[in-house]
Design a protein around this ligand. Structure first.
Ligand code: GLC
Ligand code: GLC
Length: 657
C-alpha cells in the first residue's frame, strides 16, 4: 500500500477513535440500544468509505466534515419510518436482493403512463403482468416553470410536481409497490439545480448560507479556457458550458457554470456545504420510501481545467462518499449511475477502480445498448464482440442495468480503438450509424432523427422509439407484412439480449406495445425544440387492451416480452454477480454469450442480427450442444453434429439441465 493510502487510513482511524464514543452515546439516545448497535457496526465498516473521500476532497476539513456527515446520517436513521427499517433489515440479510433474476425493471413517465401518482397503484396489474419488480418513475420532483428538460431542472427536491400529485401520493406509491415486492426508483438530479431552486436564489441574493454553491466567473477568461476542452452536450441551443447571468456576483454579472441548459446551474462540489446539502435531500427522499436513486449526469460533477470535465477521480470520491453516508442512514437504498460515457470509463462507476471501492451498485450498460443498435445496422457483431470483451469485469457486488432504449438520445459511444480493431474507422462508423438510424441511408428500415447535430465536429446522436428504429413504423406505413415481421423480430431480438445478458433488464414504457415515434411534442412550444420527446410517447391503453390478442402487433410483442421475463425468472444462471463472456462460435452475425452462476449450470444465449439463417458451432467454445433449449424466437432448436442453425433475426437460449 502506498504511503499516501496508509496516511489516509491512519487519519480515518484517528478521527473515528475520537468520534466513536461520543457518537455511540448519541446513537443510543436517538435509536435505542439495538438499532444504535447496528448503526455503529455499519459506521465501523464504512469508516474508510466516508473519511477517505472527505480527506481527498476537502483536505484539512475532513475530520470536522466526518463528524457532521455521520451526525447527519444518524439523524436520518432516527427519522426512518419503521416499515422502511424492516426492508433495510431484509436487504442487509440479503445484500444481493437486486441481483436476483426476478428483478426486472419498467421505466415510465407518471403523466404519460397514468396521469397522476394517485392513479398509479391502480395500474400495477399491467406492470405485474409484465413481471415488473422495479419501477423507475421519470423525473417527478417539482421542476421550474416552463422549459425544464423533461423534469431534470428541479426547483424543490422535497415536493412533487403538483401536476402529478403530492409527496404523500409518492409515499403511497412506494408503499403500494413494496406491498407487491416491487421497488421504486426515482431520479436524483445532483449535478445541477434549476436556477429557481432556493439554493440558487439564495446564492444570487448573497445569502451567506449559500455562498459558493454555484460558480460564476467575471469574464470569459476561465470559461473560454474550460470550454476549449469540454465537449458540448447541447450544441444547438446551449453552446458552451457557461451562461451569462446579469444578477450574479452581487449584480456585477457573471458566467455561471451550466453544463446543460442555461436554466440548469451546476452545483459546486468543491464546497463541502453543497455535498452535505445534497446528502440531506437524498436521505430525506430515501425516508419517503425510494429504494433506488438514479444518480443523474454523475460524470459531470467535478471539473478540472484542461480536461473534458467528465469522469474526474474526485467525482468518484464524491459518489463514494454520498453512497456510504446514505447507506449508513438507509442501508437498503441502492444507487444507480447514469454515466453515459465511453466503455473505458464506465466500470469505475460500479466501484471498479484499481481497488474496489463501493460506489454505485448499478449503472446503465450504455456500451451494450449502443453495440446492439450498431450490430443491428451492420448485421455484424464483430465490433460488439471486440468492445464487450475488452471491458473490464465489474465488481461482483454490482450489476448492470441492461436496456434497449431510454428517454435520452443514443450517443455512439464506440471508441476509435475498438472500431479500428475490427477494421472500422470510428468517426466514419458513428456517422454511418447516424445516417442509418435517421433513415438517411439507402435501404435503412429505421425512422429516427438526428439529435444535436454539431456542424463543427460532425457529431450527432439519434432520437427515435425502439419500434420506429427497428423498422416497425416504416413497415406499417408501407403496409408491408414481411417488413413488419422483421421489425417485430428485431425488437424481440434486442430485448432477448438485455433480458439475458446479466443485470437488471429495463423495459422502456411503450416498447412492450411497439409504440412508434410520437410527433405530438411539436405542438408544445416548451417541448418542440427537443426531439427526444419523439420517443416519450403517452401510454396507449387501447393498444394495451389489444395485447391479449396474439393476432395483433401489440399482442405479439407483449407476449414475447412477457415470456422473456418468465423464462428469465426461472434461470438461476441469469442472476447478477457474475460476468457474461462473449464468445465467437463461427458466425460474425451471431452474438453469443455464456454465463454461469456459482449455484447454477451454465447458460448460453445466441442472437442472430442478420436476416439470414446462420450456422454456429455448438461445441468447441461453449459446449451448449449438450444443454437444454429453454427459450427462443422460433421454438425448440436442435443441435445436429455439433452445429446449430439460428434463424434470421432469431434468438435462442440454452441452459445446462
Ligand atoms: C441526464 C438525463 C437527460 C438530461 C441531463 C441533464 O443525462 O438523462 O435527460 O438532459 O441529465 O439533467
Ligand atoms: C446526458 C448524457 C448524454 C445525453 C445528454 C442529453 O448528459 O450523458 O449522453 O446526450 O444527457 O440527452
Amino acid at each position: 500500500m502506498s504511503t499516501g493510502a496508509e496516511r489516509l487510513r491512519a487519519g480515518a482511524r484517528r478521527a473515528w477513535a475520537e468520534l466513536r464514543p461520543v457518537l455511540a452515546a448519541e446513537a443510543v439516545a436517538a435509536l435505542g440500544e439495538a438499532e444504535s448497535d447496528a448503526f455503529l457496526a455499519r459506521a465501523d465498516l464504512a469508516l474508510y468509505d466516508v473519511h477517505e473521500p472527505l480527506a481527498i476532497l476537502y483536505g484539512d476539513a475532513a475530520d470536522a466534515l466526518f463528524a457532521r456527515g455521520l451526525r447527519a446520517a444518524l439523524a436520518a436513521a432516527a427519522e426512518r419510518p419503521a416499515p422502511l427499517r424492516r426492508i433495510d433489515r431484509r436487504r442487509e440479510i440479503d445484500p444481493a436482493w437486486f441481483q436476483r433474476s426476478r428483478t426486472q425493471g419498467y421505466v415510465c413517465y407518471v403523466d404519460r403512463f397514468c396521469g397522476t401518482l394517485d392513479r398509479l397503484p391502480g395500474r400495477l396489474d399491467h406492470l405485474a403482468g409484465l413481471g415488473t419488480t422495479y419501477l423507475h418513475l421519470m423525473p417527478l420532483l417539482r421542476p421550474r416553470e416552463g422549459e425544464n428538460d423533461g423534469g431534470y431542472a428541479v426547483a424543490d427536491y422535497r415536493a412533487v410536481d403538483p401536476r402529478l400529485g403530492t409527496m404523500a401520493d409518492l409515499e403511497a406509491v412506494a408503499a403500494a409497490l413494496h406491498e407487491r415486492e416491487m421497488v421504486l426508483c426515482i431520479d436524483l438530479v445532483l449535478n445541477h439545480t434549476a436556477r429557481e431552486h432556493p439554493w440558487a436564489r439564495g446564492w444570487l441574493a448573497g445569502d451567506p448560507s449559500y455562498a459558493g454553491f454555484y460558480t460564476a466567473f467575471p469574464d470569459r477568461t476561465m470559461p473560454d479556457a474550460y470550454d476549449a476542452t469540454i465537449p458540448e452536450v447541447f450544441p444547438d441551443r446551449a453552446p458552451g458550458s457557461f451562461s451569462w447571468v446579469p444578477e450574479a456576483r452581487g449584480g456585477a454579472g457573471g458566467w455561471v457554470w451550466t453544463t446543460f441548459w442555461p436554466y440548469q446551474w451546476d452545483l459546486d462540489y468543491t464546497n463541502p456545504e453543497v455535498t452535505l446539502a445534497v446528502l440531506g435531500e437524498i436521505t430525506w427522499l430515501a425516508n419517503r420510501g425510494v429504494d433506488v436513486f438514479r444518480m443523474d449526469a454523475v460524470p459531470f460533477m467535478w471539473k478540472r481545467l484542461g480536461t473534458s470535465c467528465q469522469n474526474q477521480p474526485e467525482g468518484h470520491s464524491l459518489l463514494q462518499l454520498l453512497h456510504a453516508l446514505t447507506r449508513l442512514a438507509a442501508p437498503g437504498v441502492v444507487f444507480k449511475a447514469e454515466a453515459i460515457v465511453s466503455p473505458d470509463d464506465l466500470v469505475a462507476y460500479l466501484g471498479g477502480h484499481d481497488r474496489y471501492r463501493p460506489e454505485c451498485e448499478l449503472a446503465y450498460h450504455n456500451s451494450l445498448m449502443v453495440l446492439l443498435w450498431s450490430s443491428l445496422a451492420t448485421q455484424d457483431v464483430r465490433l460488439a464482440r471486440q468492445a464487450l470483451r475488452r471491458m473490464r469485469p465489474i465488481p461482483p457486488a454490482a450489476s448492470w442495468c441492461t436496456y434497449v432504449r431510454g428517454h435520452d438520445d443514443i450517443g455512439w459511444a464506440v471508441t476509435d480503438e475498438d472500431a479500428a480493431a475490427v477494421g472500422l474507422d470510428g468517426f466514419g462508423h458513428r456517422r454511418f450509424l447516424n445516417d442509418f438510424y435517421a433513415g438517411r441511408f439507402a435501404g435503412s428500415f429505421a425512422r429516427g432523427a438526428l439529435f444535436q447535430e454539431n456542424e463543427a465536429t460532425g457529431d450527432a446522436r439519434v432520437s427515435g422509439s425502439t419500434a420506429s428504429l427497428c423498422g416497425i413504423e416504416d413497415a406499417l406505413d408501407r403496409d408491408d407484412p414481411v417488413a413488419l415481421d422483421a421489425g417485430v423480430r428485431r425488437l424481440l431480438l434486442l430485448y432477448s439480449i438485455v433480458y439475458a445478458f446479466g443485470g437488471i433488464p429495463l423495459l422502456y414504457s411503450g416498447d412492450e406495445l411497439a409504440l412508434r415515434n410520437d410527433a405530438s411534442y411539436l405542438e408544445d412550444p416548451a417541448l418542440a425544440p427537443d426531439n427526444r420527446w419523439m420517443h416519450r410517447p403517452p401510454m396507449d391503453w387501447a393498444a394495451a387492451a389489444r395485447a391479449t390478442d396474439p393476432a395483433t402487433l401489440e399482442g405479439r410483442v407483449c407476449t414475447g416480452i412477457r415470456r422473456l421475463g418468465e423464462v428469465r425468472r426461472s434461470l438461476l444462471a441469469l442472476r447478477g454477480g457474475v460476468e457474461s463472456a462473449v464468445v465467437d462460435t463461427g458466425s460474425d452475425a451471431v452474438l453469443v454469450w455464456r454465463r454461469k452462476h456459482p449455484r447454477s449450470g451454465a447458460f448460453v444465449g445466441l442472437a442472430n442480427v442478420s436476416p439470414q439463417p446462420q450456422e454456429v458451432d455448438a461445441d468447441t467454445v461453449t459446449g451448449f450442444g449438450t444443454f437444454a433449449w429453454v427459450h427462443g424466437s422460433d421454438g425448440p432448436l436442435g443441435v445436429r453434429d455439433g452445429r446449430l442453425t439460428v434463424p434470421g433475426l432469431g434468438f435462442a437460449w440454452f441452459a445446462e439441465p
